[in-house]
Design a protein around this ligand. Structure first.
Ligand code: G
Ligand code: G
Ligand code: MN
Ligand code: NA
Length: 254
């Protein structure tokens, strides 16, 4: 309850921030970023989303907060669309189950994309497997609405939740994201390596893109590359950064 009150206050006081973590291709060039929430707590310092997203969901604060992240992402994409060296970048936005199921969610995405004038395929929505646990038909219908608009869909944390392979081929998705739990010990744990390789094969066979998160070493990256995964996110390339530092990072690479 204390956390809920604190979070409500933080939302009012603009203490939530968005950081952006680069996603890169085989040659190391950036393909986009993932938007990640941070809470600048007055006494506790930076509080990570794992600690406060569950509370945001329980209190419904995730609805306005999530809407704000979506607006910020579209506004940033509109800025980048004006710059030849940034126009190709995508922004991935995490969407929680509660937000996805909110009656106004689809309309919000439509109006955000239209108002910002961005190419819709620059916006990527990261959905979690737990969405698939129930109401599957309604979930697929909503996903189709989003796809028709041209927005891209990714399944986050793939492999740790409810996904069943039989669902997967019915989902109108573009990408699977290999959870960092499998990447962490990919070089030493044969099971993790096998799971990652299987996800990569699955993507190849289903015509899906695949990206690995939590890539921290060149050895992990090389292993994933040998298996056929050509997009990566992780500390090896860049930590999540506030916008200003992200722009500096991009300028330094260019
Ligand atoms: O940045 P960090 O690894 O601590 O993020 C942990 C998790 O918090 C992410 O995997 C993501 O699922 C969740 N998260 C981060 N930002 C957002 C957001 O804007 N909305 C939602 N719903 N979840 C987020
Ligand atoms: O949406 P999701 O929870 O998957 O977001 C990715 C999370 O992983 C973010 O909280 C981000 O801060 C974190 N993260 C990003 N890169 C790395 C990494 O290389 N190693 C670890 N341990 N965490 C990472
Ligand atoms: Mn994510
Ligand atoms: Na993830």
């Amino acid at each position: 309850a204390a956390l809920a009150a604190d979070l409500r206050q933080a939302w009012r006081d603009n203490h939530l921030q968005i950081e952006y973590q680069p996603q890169v291709g085989l040659d190391g060039s950036m393909t986009g970023v993932e938007a990640l929430l941070r809470w600048q707590h007055p006494t506790r310092g930076i509080v990570g989303p794992e600690e406060f997203i569950p509370t945001a969901e329980e209190t419904s604060l995730i609805i306005p907060i999530g809407h704000w992240v979506l607006e910020a992402a579209c506004a940033q994409l509109a800025v980048w669309a004006q710059r030849p060296d940034r126009a190709h970048l995508s922004i991935a936005v995490n969407v929680s189950v509660r937000q996805f199921r909110h009656p106004e969610f689809i309309d919000e995405v439509v109006s955000c994309v239209r108002r910002s004038g961005i190419p819709p395929d620059r916006l990527k929505l990261e959905l979690t497997e737990s969405l698939l646990a129930d109401n599957l038909e309604a979930t697929i219908a909503r996903m189709r609405n989003l796809k028709e608009m041209g927005v891209r869909l990714s399944v986050d944390d793939f492999g740790i939740g409810y996904s069943s392979l039989s669902y997967l081929k019915r989902l109108p998705i573009d990408e699977l994201k290999i959870d960092r739990a499998f990447v962490k010990d990919i070089l030493t744990d044969g099971n993790d390596a096998a799971i990652a390789a299987t996800i990569i094969d699955l993507c190849r066979n289903l015509g899906l893109e695949v990206i690995a998160e939590g890539v921290e070493t060149e050895e992990q990256r090389a292993f994933l590359a040998r298996q056929g995964c050509h997009r990566y996110q992780g500390y090896l390339f860049c930590r999540p950064l506030p916008l200003e530092q992200l722009e500096e990072f991009m300028d330094a690479k260019a």
